[in-house]
Design a protein around this ligand. Sequence first.
Ligand SMILES: O=C(O)COP(=O)(O)O
Ligand SMILES: [Mg+2]
Length: 226
Amino acid sequence: MSGACEAVLLDLDGTLVDSAPDLAAAVDEMLAALGRTPAGEAAVRRWIGNGAPRLVKRALTGEMEAEPDPALFERAYALFLDAYQRHLSEGTRLYPGVAQGLEGLAAMGLRLGCITNKPARFTEPLLARLGIRRYFGVVVSGDTLPRGKPDPAPLLHAAACLKIEPGRTLMVGDSVNDVQAARAAGMRVVCVPYGYNHGEDIAAAQPDAVIASLAELPAWILNEAA
Ligand SMILES: O=C(O)COP(=O)(O)O
Ligand SMILES: [Mg+2]
């Protein structure tokens, strides 16, 4: 687990991009179509991270793990998908330091992957529109495999695609799901503190390090994991 770092897997929402404004717009449009009160962006920020179906269930129930009526969920999920498709990249931006960090990692010759719980139909256009698709040798979305993070499968799948051992692969994320998936995959994990961790301090999940921005990542790897 302490081999030199040869690949870096990066989470999308809350790590590379602040997508909360567009996700909140889609959630609120869905709720309005169902005759419900809007949730607002602050609530949506706490609900992001376990994929789109769970986000919609949280918006319908106000609970993190509750199951809404299946027929209501189906209707709401279709409304959400339609709304998010239209809002996808209106207000979504790269966080400061992301472009510099990706460029630095690529210049070090590291293989890069993007591992997100976001559905693939949104991941690919978003990466392309923000101009960062070309950095990633593999993209694994929330519906690429039967299970998303915190299951280690998406991370192990990405490492296998890049032909790099898990012990030589670093996960970078914003949430406890990223830390748990990395630990279960036998990978080191670095977190950023600015994303969506359900309102909790990410340091409590005990990643190997917390860095203020991705601009710090190339130097961290050179010092800690080269
Ligand atoms: O919950 C989501 O849809 C996305 O979350 P992630 O990109 O942080 O994995
Ligand atoms: Mg995230």
